[in-house]
Write a protein that binds this ligand. Structure first.
Ligand SMILES: CCCCCCCCCCCCCCCC(=O)[C@@H](N)CO
Length: 375
């Protein structure tokens, strides 16, 4: 064997083979991802028809789009939002407007309900769940879609005058605390049922007696973001709250499994929503430039992808192709739907992702260099 053919054989074994394997893995991962996100209205109808679904943040954006799909699928839908913002033209809050709109989509308008609740206020959330239980029963599914984004540099988001309420605090309360509160309130109201007997103690699972277990939802989906698994300039406050949500979901996925409660985390990219318009008003230019890599989707497409993936029992998923790559390369305790293909694809994704991070650091440096040069 000549030295050249030795090198070629070595090169093939060490570079081409792994590359081919990685590409095959990636192809299979992406094919499975696309298939699991394909929405079939009949499938949602089959699973959601007659179920009671509670949607937080249901007055706008993804929450409202999700509620619309559910209403069309014949679910009993309850939306919750703060409901404080009143449209000066119509005199109606976004919550009332969404309720009206959703009722037109349902074959039985009385199946759609709306409650104005500040989800960051735990006692208020508990009394809401108590009254919901009386009015419509406990939810079969819980879609925790409440949240918002106010990007900005940390140096521009310092607490003013010792005021506690600033981006790093209120994104935590609006995105994380609001979501954990609704889950805790549902569990708390479930725990108010039935006096515990000694038999219950033996049969209790993760702190709930059989009677209480029956009141737990079948599915809980937390709406995170691609920024639950990565971050960059301008998103420190937002991303922290979305990482927190992801950690919560990861713990609860394991804990609620013996109850038969399936936990999911959805990691959308950017969506064409009222919230997106607001966030763009405080978004640094460089932040917008870096996230340009993800495409804007309609909340309806995002909601459909979410339900399709949930019903395919994906635990953590993104509708964005880059989001799927980020998920596959993330090192978490999330179960993998296709472990073999994902492990095969990982080296290639890790190379692309590292290149992106280097590119992002370079872009940030260049942005501020050019900014300084422009004056
Ligand atoms: C192999 C992997 C390559 C990785 C490339 C990463 C691309 C970065 C795109 C980040 C987009 C962030 C979208 C979420 C935005 C969001 O949640 C807020 N705008 C809130 O609304």
């Amino acid at each position: 064997m000549s030295f050249t053919s030795f090198l070629l054989a070595g090169g093939f074994a060490y570079v081409v083979n792994p590359l081919v394997l990685s590409l095959v893995g990636l192809g299979c991962v992406l094919a499975a991802w696309a298939a699991s996100g394909r929405f079939h209205p009949a499938t949602l109808r089959k699973h959601a028809n007659g179920r009671h679904v509670l949607v937080t943040g249901g007055s706008k954006g993804l929450g409202k789009a999700a509620a619309a799909e559910l209403a069309q699928a014949g679910a009993r839908v309850t939306i919750v939002a703060r409901g404080k913002d009143v449209d000066s033209a119509t005199g109606k809050s976004s919550l009332d407007a969404a309720l009206e709109e959703l009722r037109t989509l349902h074959s039985d308008p009385s199946f759609v309900r709306a409650y104005a609740v500040d989800l960051s206020d735990y006692p208020a959330v508990v009394s809401f769940v108590r009254s919901l239980r009386g009015a419509a029963g406990m939810p079969d599914w819980l879609v925790a879609a409440a949240g918002s984004a106010t990007p900005g540099y940390l140096a521009d988001q310092l607490p003013a005058d010792g005021k506690r309420e600033h981006a790093h605090d209120w994104l935590m309360s609006g995105n994380y605390t609001a979501s954990v509160n609704i889950v805790r309130a549902v569990v708390q109201v479930a725990k108010e049922t039935g006096a515990a007997t000694s038999a219950d103690a033996a049969l209790s699972v993760v702190g709930l007696t059989p009677e209480q277990q029956a009141l737990m939802p079948e599915r809980i989906v937390f709406v995170g973001s691609m920024l639950s698994l990565m971050s960059f300039v301008g998103y420190s406050a937002y991303s922290a709250s979305k990482y927190a949500l992801q950690g919560l979901a990861e713990g609860l996925r394991s804990e609620f499994k013996p109850l038969g409660t399936k936990v999911h985390v959805y990691l959308p990219g950017n969506m064409d929503t009222p919230g997106h318009v607001i966030e763009n008003s405080t978004k640094p230019k460089i932040t917008a430039e870096l996230e340009g890599a993800s495409t804007l989707v309609t909340p309806r497409d995002a909601a459909q992808f979410m339900f399709a993936s949930m019903l395919n029992d994906r635990y953590i998923f993104s509708n964005d192709l880059l989001g799927e790559l980020v998920r596959v390369s993330a090192s978490t305790s999330a179960p993998r739907p296709n472990p073999v293909f994902e492990i095969m694809a990982t080296p290639l994704i890790a190379i692309i992702f590292s290149a992106w991070v280097a590119f992002a650091d370079f872009s940030v440096a260049k942005y501020f260099r050019n900014k300084a040069a422009s004056i």
